[in-house]
Ligand binder design. Structure first.
Ligand code: HEC
Ligand code: HEC
Length: 375
């Protein structure tokens, strides 16, 4: 095509669009060849793209974030060029970022889009969710809130009181842990995959050992005032990481509630939330290595219904939640006989105790073994 012919075709095209087109703009009719910055008024980052793709791109962003045009644009639909809302500039930064990622990491292919991260929401999720657990709705904001001390005292009283708890020389419990398959497409019915016997030995406020009798050998998880250690199968015992130690302390505080105040800082009552059918007071805090811990106390019975915490990584967090149930009484004190661990990675674990003996336990039980177990 020579230059003259090109121009002629161009003119005919413009004319055809102007006559038959929708939303006719006689001064600057859009053509397939036009770039967005030639047709639109205020294009800073989507330069060089065909103007025709502008509105579909906007619709894509709208759906990817689960918003409407006015989330970023002026309320006057005739003035999309205005920068009256700060979200529009945030979106520009995001468009730049996505362009850079695709250019630098994916050889210019449009692999990453707004939807890759946003998934229909304005804020992408940075915390891995619990395995298959639905989000809980927040109940009506209460007019009066108890204090942290009141909630901890009520829970301690519900367990039998500080005096009765102090008298317990030790506990030895037997039960099982049922490992349910991940709730995913492969295992939609959450079938139990294994049922393994366990032994739990606890003493005082700060000693606890859980032994899981796996076919491949015992898995031992021990926490004492001097530290914590774990051992799996034939491997030698290793020290717990600091976050594992904090999580073990947190779990043990469920039967030794005086430890919550030793372990957690920044304690405060958040308000009420629903845990299943129960209304719970939510107390939040943190440990040096667990950036967010929440305790859910039953408003009516004062029992601890759940302990939720986040485990830190370079990329923010894994969320865990342990739900406690079946508070059983023996020797004047109560303890949960069942608890369910919901985590992002492992399957759902349900611990069930069949028997609990309240009897003295030697301190040496909690010492870290120096040799690997005999096979
Ligand atoms: C997530 C924010 C966001 C949403 C939602 C959004 N837009 Fe935009 N829109 C932008 C940004 C940013 C620009 C400017 C792009 C640039 O500077 O390169 C823009 C530019 C435009 C322009 C060009 C205006 C001009 O003349 O400069 C039009 C037209 C437009 N959008 C229409 C829409 C429509 C219609 C919707 C709803 C279907 C929509 N947008 C939804 C962020 C958004
Ligand atoms: C690599 C992941 C990622 C991609 C891809 C991405 N975003 Fe975002 N976006 C985020 C994160 C993370 C935030 C929240 C930032 C924060 O909390 O400070 C965010 C926030 C935003 C916000 C502000 C939301 C608010 O209500 O504060 C807008 C608007 C937005 N993104 C638009 C877009 C658009 C449009 C695209 C596609 C061009 C896009 N994002 C692509 C990660 C991404």
């Amino acid at each position: 095509m020579n230059e003259k012919l090109k121009k002629a075709v161009f003119c005919v095209l413009v004319l055809a669009l102007a006559v038959g087109g929708v939303g006719v703009r006689s001064a600057a009719a859009q053509t397939a060849a036009q770039k967005s910055e030639e047709f639109y008024k205020n294009i800073l980052v989507m330069k060089g793209q065909p103007a025709d793709l502008m509105v579909p791109s906007m619709q894509f962003m709208e759906i990817a974030l689960g918003v409407h045009c006015v989330y970023c644009h002026d309320d006057d639909a005739q003035k999309r060029e205005l920068d009256t809302k700060p979200m529009k500039n945030t979106a520009r930064a995001m468009i730049r970022m996505v362009n850079d990622i695709n250019k630098n990491t994916f050889a210019g292919r449009n692999v990453v889009t707004c939807f890759t991260c946003h998934r229909g929401h304005t804020s992408p999720v940075e915390v891995l969710p619990y395995n298959g657990e639905p989000a809980r709705s927040t109940a009506v904001a209460p007019s009066t809130m108890p204090t942290v001390d009141q909630l901890l005292d009520r829970y301690t009283a519900a367990l039998g009181g500080a005096e009765a708890l102090a008298k317990i020389a030790g506990r030895a419990a037997k039960g099982t842990v049922t490992n349910y398959a991940h709730l995913d497409q492969v295992h939609p019915e959450r079938a139990p995959t294994t049922v393994t016997p366990i032994d739990i030995v606890a003493k005082g406020p700060d000693k606890r050992m859980v032994v899981q009798h796996n076919i491949a050998g015992d898995a031992v998880n021990t926490y004492s005032s001097t530290g914590g250690w774990v051992r799996a199968g034939a491997a030698a015992a290793r020290d717990m990481r600091t976050d594992e130690l904090d999580a073990a302390k947190l779990e043990n505080a469920v039967i030794a509630p005086s430890q919550f105040k030793t372990l957690l800082t920044g304690l405060r009552v958040e308000g009420q939330e629903m845990v299943g059918e129960h209304t719970a007071w939510v107390v939040s805090g943190r440990t040096p290595t667990l950036p967010s811990v929440k305790l859910y106390f039953d408003r009516d019975t004062s029992y601890l219904l759940s302990v939720a915490y986040r485990q830190q990584s370079y990329y923010c967090c894994h969320a865990f939640r342990i739900d406690y149930d079946n508070f059983y009484i023996a020797n004047g004190v109560r303890m949960p006989l069942q608890w369910t661990v919901n985590g992002p990675r492992q399957a759902m674990l349900v611990y069930k105790l069949d028997s609990v003996q309240m009897s003295p336990v030697e301190d040496s039980r909690f010492a870290k073994p120096t040799a690997a177990p005999a096979r």
